[in-house]
Design a protein around this ligand. Structure first.
Ligand SMILES: Cc1cc2nc3c(=O)[nH]c(=O)nc-3n(C[C@H](O)[C@H](O)[C@H](O)COP(=O)(O)O)c2cc1C
Length: 189
């Protein structure tokens, strides 16, 4: 059983990315031997990061639980909107609270944009951040363009994304299994 939480990095009023995050969650839930859940940064509502968790004796509410989930995860999926060619500050703020929890963990990135380029600039920036975290951003990604048209408020969506999401999740699982096997080998030493 692998644990793969999905972080939703959009907290904006009328946010569209949450629909994509719920869609990816539903596709991942169809896979066997996977434990997953949506970690919604809107619900987390972490304050501005004054210091990393391991240096705080007064962690903000919910941060320890967040750290435990990330620490126990085999890999992560981050769903992020593109804002001004980057990712939202609220996502970086949450990610910056932790560090050892990310070590050598595969991270699959899903980008969401209102425009036609699917958040490609945001993808490049977030991959760099993941490397800085000591994680392993995987080569495959899922980009959602014109989200307001492709994922509608009534729950309907462009079913071309079924195949794209499944291909992306196949790769997330490949890296999850490969790295988990290597970590297990380390533990037998
Ligand atoms: C501050 C801000 C900056 C944005 N910058 C971009 C951008 O650079 N490229 C783009 O395609 N869409 C941009 N958008 C539109 C978002 O991609 C759009 O809102 C989309 O629905 C995903 O974000 P959401 O989860 O907040 O809805 C921006 C939106 C906001 C609020």
């Amino acid at each position: 059983m692998f644990s793969i939480p999905i972080i939703c990095g959009s907290t904006r009023r009328d946010r569209q990315s949450i629909k994509v995050a719920r869609f990816v969650l539903a596709r991942l839930q169809q896979r066997p031997n996977i434990k997953t859940e949506l970690i919604d940064l809107l619900e987390c509502n972490f304050p501005i990061m004054e210091e990393r968790l391991h240096r705080r004796d007064d962690p903000p509410p919910g941060l320890k639980e967040f750290a435990e989930k990330i620490g126990a995860a085999d890999s992560l999926i981050i769903v992020t909107p593109e804002y001004n060619n980057g990712y939202p500050g609220v996502l970086k703020n949450a990610l910056d609270y932790l560090l050892p929890e990310y070590e050598r963990k595969p991270i699959g990135i899903v980008t969401v944009s209102a425009g036609g380029f699917g958040g490609i600039n945001c993808l490049a920036q977030l991959r760099l951040v993941c490397l800085g975290m000591g994680a392993v951003p995987i080569p495959e990604n899922l980009s959602v363009s014109r989200v307001q048209d492709t994922f509608k408020d009534d729950g309907s969506y462009d079913h071309a994304y079924d195949k794209r999401a499944d291909g992306f999740l196949d790769e997330v699982l490949w890296f999850t299994e490969a790295i988990a096997a290597r970590k297990a080998k380390d533990q037998t030493k």
